[in-house]
Design a protein around this ligand. Structure first.
Ligand code: SF4
Length: 131
């Protein structure tokens, strides 16, 4: 049942909109060639659980600030297979000193406009990449 998206909605309903939300409902339909099934599951989510999620979320944001301020983003190998697989898997499977081979032809390097605030004076460029 723990789910970032749903907990964020519950937190916003309770804390921002001041609505007395107890939890959430999932309605599901399974359809087959000769059948159709319906199911409903009701979840109550305690204030303590959402408060913990909120505190943890703030902590994750603080960690993100540390990454941005240090301009160092450590690899997270638990995410490599998400959403069909990370685009950088082939590069990350090799030693850092060899990654320029993969970045050289397939990637264009530029700073995303949303990160302008944290842009370092000198942008680290991976040798071999397009600019
Ligand atoms: S493959 Fe993607 S998710 Fe995995 S460590 Fe590299 S950049 Fe991160």
């Amino acid at each position: 049942m723990p789910n970032n998206q749903v907990f964020a909605y519950i937190w916003a309903c309770r804390e921002v909109l001041k609505l007395p939300v107890d939890g959430f409902i999932i309605d599901a339909v399974q359809t087959g060639s000769n059948f159709c099934r319906f199911a409903r599951q009701v979840y109550n989510v305690s204030k303590e659980l959402v408060d913990e999620w909120y505190a943890d979320t703030l902590h994750h944001l603080e960690i993100s600030d540390v990454y941005a301020n240090s301009q160092y983003y450590p690899a997270n190998f638990t995410s490599c297979g998400n959403y069909g697989g990370c685009r950088y898997r082939e590069a990350c499977a090799h030693a850092k000193s060899q990654r320029n081979i993969f970045f050289g032809n397939d990637f264009q390097q530029e700073y995303h406009p949303d990160l302008e605030e944290t842009k370092p004076v000198k942008l680290e460029v991976i040798e071999g990449g397009k600019q």
